[in-house]
Design a protein around this ligand. Structure first.
Ligand SMILES: *Cc1c(COP(=O)(O)O)cnc(C)c1O
Length: 418
């Protein structure tokens, strides 16, 4: 174990002491603080309706419950087979059915050919009942924008709600449109590894007034965090302030029971309104977001230069570099040629505290709790499987220094030699 060694977290949204002070002030200001945060979000995204809750999955569950209330005859939700486990967790929490579609490894977005085949019922083993399709969830994984216009064209059904999972892409834009505002409804996560963190938290935004009305009624009925729960969040924010720093991250890494960075399937999560402590913690979110996007774009540019060098050195481990342009990514994904090479470089990174990481433990089909429901489909989801096995992500957050990038580069060179 690497005690006391500089260790990069794979993703980090720093919490500073002044944020915690703002949180405590917010705690005493109460509801006004949450209203301030929601008003700022509405202005920033130029959108009519905004709600803040306890997590991204809570946001998604509420969205699904609200659209289900509007369309009681519909009950299934289409998602990519490669996705954060929070997404199927929220769908099951809302009591809905999951339909999977494969992704393309070049984009990590829906594979358009597979999606078209699936929706035109060319798979006899997986019939889609179009009268029951409630929603399609489209994630911008790692901050890479998914193609929503193309998705709309393929779905070609006004009744199906397009839910934009912008949990990993807060602040990014495509063609001057902010991610999260392009679909019918969008959500963000304010969890630990995301762009802006309030320890935990989620945001819903929509321009659809009818949906916003239904959401408002539902959210009015959910609980607030108690005072004690807010104090627990306060204590936790102190822990994160310290432990997410590279000089201390060896510590949580040495404590596996913290289950850091693991994605779990779990449907018993809390659904609450965002607390005034959390809203206070996010007081300087716009400045932080701007700063964060700047550093991440710079680090993404360095990754590109580094990978170009590696390609010139005819490094045969890289199968493809998924993202060409300089989006402010949450982590920089690379598709490797072989799983064991991906795993080897992660082991090397672990020894050197460089924060390289694989992504989700498996495709949604293989989540044990869902196996029974989904196994009848018998489709293979090759793109999703390849992503699970071969994607490697590099850290690009603001604690990553040029020196760290050079050390990461060296890992690839050493992989070449081994
Ligand atoms: C983190 C994440 C979520 C869920 O957010 P939580 O706040 O952790 O519940 C959903 N989708 C994606 C793609 C995510 O990365």
């Amino acid at each position: 174990m690497n005690l006391f060694k500089r260790t990069l977290p794979p993703a980090a949204s720093p919490i500073y002491f002044r944020d915690i002070i703002n949180g405590v002030k917010g705690l005493f200001r109460g509801r006004k603080e949450v209203n301030r945060f929601e008003t700022e979000l509405k202005e920033y995204f130029a959108i009519k309706h905004c709600f803040t809750v306890s997590s991204g999955k809570a946001a998604l569950t509420l969205i699904l419950q609200a659209i289900k209330e509007q369309n009681p005859e519909r009950d299934s939700v289409l998602i990519p087979a490669y996705i954060c486990y929070s997404v199927p967790s929220a769908i099951k929490r809302a009591g809905l059915k999951i339909i999977l579609c494969d992704i393309h490894t070049d984009t990590l977005d829906y594979d358009p050919i597979e999606l078209d085949k699936l929706l035109s019922n060319q798979y006899p083993e997986r019939k889609i009942d179009h009268d029951r399709l409630l929603a399609v969830i489209t994630p911008h994984l790692f901050g890479i924008p998914s193609d929503i216009e193309r998705l709309k064209t393929i779905i070609d059904n006004e009744k199906v709600c397009i839910i934009e999972d912008a949990a990993q892409s807060m602040g990014s834009e495509v063609k001057s449109r902010k991610l999260g505002t392009i679909g019918d409804v969008g959500f963000f996560s304010l969890g630990r590894g995301k762009a802006i963190s309030t320890v935990e938290g989620g945001i819903i935004i929509t321009k659809d007034t009818a949906l916003a009305g239904t959401l408002k009624n539902r959210i009015e009925k959910i609980n607030n965090y108690s005072f004690i729960e807010q104090l627990t969040l306060l204590a936790y924010s102190f822990v994160l302030m310290i432990l997410l720093r590279p000089s201390f991250f060896w510590l949580p890494k040495a404590l596996p029971f913290l289950k850091l960075g693991q994605t779990e399937y779990n449907i018993d999560f809390k659904i609450k309104k965002l607390s005034s402590f959390q809203a206070g913690l996010a007081k300087t979110w716009q400045t932080k977001l701007k700063q964060m996007m700047k550093t991440r774009s710079q680090n993404v540019a360095i990754c590109h230069t580094m990978l170009k060098h590696l390609t010139n050195l005819s490094n045969h481990f890289l199968s493809s570099i998924l993202i060409k342009s300089e989006y402010p990514l949450l982590r920089f994904p690379i598709l490797m040629n072989k799983k064991f090479e991906r795993d080897t470089i992660i082991n090397m990174s672990e020894k050197n505290g460089l924060g390289l990481m694989s992504t989700y433990p498996d495709i949604v089909l293989n989540i044990p709790e869902l196996k029974e429901e989904l196994s009848s489909s018998k489709l293979s989801y090759q793109g999703a499987k390849a992503a699970v096995d071969r994607i490697l992500t590099l850290p690009v957050h603001e604690f990553v220094k040029k020196k760290d990038m050079q050390n990461i580069f060296r890992l690839f060179i050493n992989l070449n030699i081994e």
